[in-house]
Design a protein around this ligand. Structure first.
Ligand code: AMP
Length: 195
């Protein structure tokens, strides 16, 4: 099972992806996590990546595509993977198509989690407060101005992917306004039909 989870920041892609890794024995590939690892290297690339991420912008396609390509070659992807946060632009989606073809892999489905923007903003505020009260570090990009920029990037660059995957007959949508359990159940129903 090779899956893409699409949806705006705060839609619950990470939550659903990590649940699926346990339930379906597949790997979660979060480009956000991979890029946060790059930042931790404290290299020049790390510093540049950090500045873009903190401001809520998108890291360049070339960098992200190279990271994903290398990651897909690792043995643990052979059972299947869930892409969380990738692709985020049409050119990333096109590059992914070529990558998968060259590696003799195919997508099972693309699941888009639909959530209204007002709800997203409230969820991000809640996530920041929960982190604070748990004494954990709040994500640098979970502040109102970076989050607005992430939403803008989503609207202009990522939303066109729904049409892209719909044309390929791969797109399925779930109602992300419902609770976590209900979203999980909707995703399970789709996967049970597709696999
Ligand atoms: P996420 O953890 O998915 O919310 O991603 C956090 C940040 O990492 C985003 O706001 C972007 O700056 C960067 N990022 C993650 N995935 C991508 C991607 N596929 N393309 C470009 N930038 C990305």
């Amino acid at each position: 099972m090779n899956l893409i989870l699409l949806g705006p920041p705060g839609a619950g892609k990470g939550t659903q992806a990590s649940r699926l890794t346990e339930a379906r024995n597949v790997i979660q590939l979060s480009t956000g996590d991979m890029l946060r690892d790059v930042v931790e290297t404290h290299s020049t690339l790390g510093a540049r990546t950090k500045a873009i991420m903190d401001a809520g912008g998108l890291v360049s396609d070339d960098i992200v595509i190279d990271i994903v390509s290398d990651r897909l070659d690792k043995l643990d992807c052979k059972n299947g993977f869930i892409l969380d946060g990738f692709p985020r632009t049409v050119s990333q989606a096109q590059a992914l198509d070529s990558l998968l073809e060259s590696k003799c892999l195919a997508l099972t489905a693309v699941i888009e989690i639909l959530v209204d923007e007002e709800v997203l903003i409230k969820r991000i505020e809640k996530r920041a407060l929960e982190m604070l009260s748990a004494g954990k570090k709040v994500r640098k990009d979970d502040n109102p101005s970076s989050f607005e920029k992430r939403l803008m990037a989503y609207r202009s660059q990522t939303l066109p992917l729904s049409g892209y995957y719909s044309k390929l007959g791969l797109l399925k949508t779930v109602d992300g306004m419902a609770g976590i359990e209900s979203v999980s159940a909707q995703i399970d129903r789709i996967l049970d039909q597709e696999t």
